[in-house]
Design a protein. Structure first.
Lengths: 317, 686
């Protein structure tokens, strides 16, 4: 046996041991191991493991790897973590169940494979959820994104009554029929980790694995101050005049990109406008009647970008 | 086996359409649709089954038909064609339709017939065609495409991806294929309790083979297990289950192997109003709630798992307890935060909420409703209420819309306002009015008789209706986005059950929404007809009274309609109606009728009798009407029945003598007008 062969063998044994400990409920996965395990699992299913999109966005669905890649006929299989910002959900780090910024684990498989549910359940087993010990259920929940002009049918997946994943078969994106349909899985990482680690507060989640001389840190150690400051900023400080102006500029920039047939930069401006709108919402300066019109403008930008993407690829009718 | 030996024998058929999880709310209807489509397909081929039973679980829709003939009988179908000598176009059309040539037609009694002999078919062949057709025609409320085939938008649609088809006629697979899914004998058991496929032998062993694989195919059996099991779990803890058949059905639609289990929550959450706890448990988590022996909400719930867990459910209960606790702590947070803000302060925020872009903010609406509620009390339309209390309740009734709790649970609008008002020291009358002012919601909902509640509730509905109609936004066809029909029914229930006396027009004018409400009044009358249909009040009689004009006190109008109905449904009333119609027809044909035409000297007995009867009845009916004695008015009309019948029997109205004719037409005019004082008989059907 070669040296490298032995190394691989040892690594596999370590992985096996950890898996055994996890399955036996002896050592729950740390937050980062949860991500690494999902990466490992979906990587083995042939997914490209991508990095987060480097812009502020409300959900993994906004990543171009989902929105734009869900369009057109080409196969596409990817998984990634997407930091997701929801300014209105911020609670100054005080609420044990709510965050203004959190992490989604996103998987997209196009076309949706016939065994997508089985693959998904396999991922739950990989992170230590035994379906004969825990009650896993697929409960109707149709998905719609008014800002992306998108909808799909699917379920929220329950584990002992808690929603841990959104499972969707995309039917339309940017107003276009999905041909073929993609299967999208969105795991709420914090919720899953709270479940696996049996914690009552997000901030108590164990983030990493302690060693003899390096202690583990918690999710709160890393992100609580972030939650406090960002909540203050979003609710109290953000300069609304600047934001209204930025919204306008992003809109104009998007339209300019569309005129130059540049769907990706156009779409980035749409994402930017969407996030600015979310901050304005948190600031409480958008009235109920204005809300719909702002959302409509973001939707037009996103749809325009999708349209341009379809045209650029020669898919638009 | 030779097909011929089968002729005349009967067999059973099993169809299972297995898919990814079917939404619980769709399963009951899906069963009905499957049975209907299957029976239609059989009937089209001249087949009938002795029985058809349908099943639904989250992962399958199934059907067992018994007593099916194995083959259809040969039939001879005869279609009648054109007559001999009919124009050539008619013959051409008939030949095109029947696919025959003229020499193949049969002539009988001068008419051509097309006779098509249809050979008997194997039932298996009929089913092989029917199954894909049923799948394609299935009316799911929402359906989707999936998988590689979905590169085309024409690909198969199903409620969720369709995974497999079992089709067995007796022991043999009925071969069919749809979008790459081939029928067979294999299915899957419970998602977690059974791995690998199960081979079904025939319809007879389907249910038991699946039971062995932890799937209870019978919806009703799962319902029973949930109903009884939840009750038993509560009783074992010394509690009483709050029964909820909707939850039983929903949980049966979410499980193939239901296991009800009791969980607990921290009793500190019981400070939160019980509606909130119940709603969270029921709507968000699909849990039953329990009462303690004193009938109060207990800190326990029953959830329904889909597995027999190997730790007997300890982990599942613990998990569900945690989820509910998180939800209840959110609710408790909202409850405590909301209590800190006075409803009057919350109400100020309503200026920022649009009621409708043409109708201003919710604060504007509240202002109108407050004025109207006060008006209803000071005018004495709603009696027994304090006008200040009515106005106060109206000013606070929408304030809970801006509370955290109603933001989270919109279904609790009104209910939460009632709690907050009471906790903040408002009187019971005001708090009750805030709580109940949205009621009644639909027919059958409780109708309040608390005066302050009635005033606010009426004012709210009246304002909504008057404003939307005045702004030109009545419901049209099936579109009623502002639920105006429901508002009108609620308004009518409040008015009629509380016997509130007022002209509808006066009330509408008092809304300040305008001066002309003709379409809205007609809308109210239409709603009244709908509302009264269940009580058996005839819609034509409502028209007969309403079209007199001037009667827009709806309580009085309905009393009048009821008296009219009691009379016209008697034999005597029917005769009077017939006489009225006859008189009206004669008068319609005549011109220049004068009810005061002079009498000739030689009046016959029937004329004298009718005139005397009219002389007596007219003032009696008028007097009775003036004191709202509608039975009395009917009784007065009833005295005309015998004389008018005798009149028609013994007298010719259109006498050649113009004077006699004029007098008789005059009598008929008086008769018609006397009847019309009470109701427009021309609107009455029959």
């Amino acid at each position: 046996m070669t040296k490298s062969g032995a190394l691989i063998h040892n690594l596999d044994l370590a992985a096996y041991l950890r898996q055994w400990l996890v399955m036996s409920d002896i050592v729950p996965l740390s937050f980062q191991d949860l991500i690494l395990t999902l990466h490992d699992y979906w990587g083995k299913q042939g997914c490209a493991i991508l990095q987060p999109y480097d812009m502020e966005m409300g959900a993994g669905t906004f990543h171009t790897a989902t929105t734009l890649r869900a369009l057109g006929p080409d196969p596409w299989n990817a998984a990634f973590v997407q930091p997701s910002r929801r300014p209105t959900d911020g609670r100054y780090g005080e609420n044990p169940n709510r965050l203004g910024a959190y992490y989604q684990y996103q998987v997209i498989l196009k076309p949706s494979p016939p065994d997508l549910q089985e693959l998904y359940l396999g991922s739950l087993k990989a992170i230590g959820i035994d379906p004969l010990l825990h009650d896993i259920r697929f409960v109707e929940d149709d998905w719609e994104s008014p800002t992306l002009g998108a909808w799909g049918l699917g379920w929220e997946v329950w584990c002992d009554g808690m929603e841990v994943t959104q499972f969707t078969y995309f039917q339309q994106m940017g107003g276009f029929d999905c041909k073929p349909v993609s299967g999208e899985l969105t795991y709420g990482l914090e919720r899953l980790a709270m479940y696996i680690q049996n914690k009552d507060s997000i901030f108590d989640l164990v983030y990493n694995n302690a060693t003899a001389d390096r202690p583990a840190v918690t999710y709160g150690d890393i992100f609580r101050e972030n939650e406090r400051q960002m909540s203050t900023y979003h609710f109290e400080v953000a300069d609304t005049d600047m934001l209204f102006d930025a919204f306008k500029k992003a809109t104009a920039e998007c339209e300019s990109c569309l005129q130059h047939a540049l769907p990706i930069p156009a779409y980035e401006q749409a994402i930017k406008a969407s996030h600015i709108f979310n901050i304005l919402q948190a600031r409480g300066v958008i009235s109920v009647q204005e809300r719909a019109s702002y959302m409509g403008r973001v939707r037009d930008l996103a749809k325009g970008s999708c349209q341009a993407w379809m045209e650029k690829n020669g898919w638009a009718v | 086996m030779d097909g011929k030996e089968w002729v005349g024998s009967m067999t059973d058929f099993l169809l299972e359409l297995r898919s990814e999880e079917i939404p619980a709310r769709m399963q009951v209807k899906a069963k009905e649709d499957l049975a209907r489509l299957f029976n239609d397909a059989l009937a089209k081929s001249g087949l009938t089954a002795a029985s058809v039973e349908v099943f639904a679980t989250p992962r399958r829709l199934a059907l067992i038909a018994t007593g099916l003939p194995v083959a259809t009988e040969a039939v001879s179908e005869e279609t009648k064609g054109p007559k001999v000598g009919a124009p050539p176009q008619a013959m051409e059309g008939f030949l095109r339709k029947s696919g025959l040539s003229q020499d193949q037609l049969v002539e009988r009694d001068g008419v051509y017939y097309a006779i098509v002999e249809k050979a008997g078919r194997q039932t298996a062949d009929v089913l092989a065609e029917a199954i894909p057709a049923i799948i394609r025609a299935f009316p799911w409320p929402k359906s989707q495409r999936w998988g590689a085939a979905s590169v085309s938008t024409e690909s198969l649609r199903w409620v969720r991806p369709l995974q497999g088809i079992v089709a067995l006629l007796s022991d043999a697979v009925v071969h069919c294929e749809i979008d790459g899914i081939v029928s067979g004998a294999e299915t899957m058991g419970h998602r977690f309790h059974h791995s690998g496929p199960i081979t079904i032998g025939n319809a007879g062993d389907y249910i038991e083979k699946l039971r062995a694989a932890h799937v209870l195919v019978h919806f009703s059996e799962r319902c029973r297990i949930i109903r009884d099991g939840a009750k038993a779990a509560a009783e074992a803890a010394g509690l009483n289950l709050v029964e909820d058949e909707g939850l039983v059905i929903e949980n049966a639609g979410l499980t193939e192997w239901p296991v009800p289990m009791l969980g607990r929550f921290n009793p500190a959450f019981l400070d939160v109003p019980q509606e909130v706890i119940q709603l969270t448990a029921r709507v968000n988590q699909k849990y039953f709630v329990c009462h303690d022996s004193a009938g109060k909400l207990a800190n326990a719930f029953v959830c329904t798992a889909n597995i027999d867990a190997h730790d007997r459910g300890a982990a599942i209960v613990a998990g569900n307890e945690k989820v509910l606790a998180a939800r209840l702590s959110d609710a408790k947070f909202f409850w405590e935060q909301d209590l800190k803000v006075a409803l009057g302060t919350q109400a100020q925020k309503l200026a920022q909420i649009t009621f409708h872009e043409k109708l201003g903010s919710v604060a504007d609406k509240v202002e109108r409703v407050a004025k109207l509620a006060r008006w209803l009390v000071t005018k004495g339309i709603v009696t027994g209420a304090n006008a200040d209390a009515a106005e106060r309740a109206a000013r606070l009734c929408k304030a809970d819309l801006v509370t955290g709790m109603v933001g989270e649970f919109p279904e609790l609008q009104g209910i939460m306002g009632g709690y907050y008002a009471r906790a903040q020291g408002e009187s019971d009358a005001v708090a009750d009015a805030i709580r109940d002012h949205y009621k009644p919601v639909g027919q059958g909902d409780n109708v309040s008789n608390a005066p302050v509640t009635v005033a606010v509730s009426l004012a709210d509905k009246l304002d909504t209706l008057a404003q939307f109609f005045a702004a030109g936004m009545p419901p049209t066809g099936s579109k009623d986005p502002f639920a105006l029909r429901r508002a009108a029914i609620g308004f009518l229930s409040l008015l009629l059950q509380n016997d509130l006396r007022c002209s509808l027009k006066d009330m509408l004018v008092a809304t300040g929404a305008g001066n002309s409400f003709d379409t809205l009044e007609e809308f109210f009358i239409d709603r009244l007809k709908v509302q009264q249909r269940e009580a058996g009040v005839r819609h034509d009689l409502i028209d007969a009274v309403f079209s007199l004009g001037g009667e827009d006190d709806l309580v009085r109008l309905l009393a009048r309609v009821k008296a009219l109905q009691a009379y016209v449904t008697t034999a005597e009333g029917a005769n009077l109606l017939a006489a009225y119609k006859r008189a009206a027809n004669i008068l319609k044909a005549a011109d220049g009728v004068d009810s005061a035409a002079p009498a000739s000297a030689d009046l016959v007995g029937e004329e004298l009798a009718l005139r005397a009867a009219l002389d007596a009845a007219e003032p009696k009916a008028a007097a009775a009407l003036s004191v709202e004695d509608f039975e009395g008015a009917m009784a007065a009309l009833a005295t005309l029945r015998a004389p008018i019948d005798a009149f028609f029997e013994g007298v010719m109205v259109n006498d050649p003598d113009q004077d006699k004719r004029a007098f008789r037409l005059g009598l008929l005019t008086r008769f018609r007008d006397a009847v019309t004082q009470v109701a427009d008989f021309s609107k009455i059907e029959g």
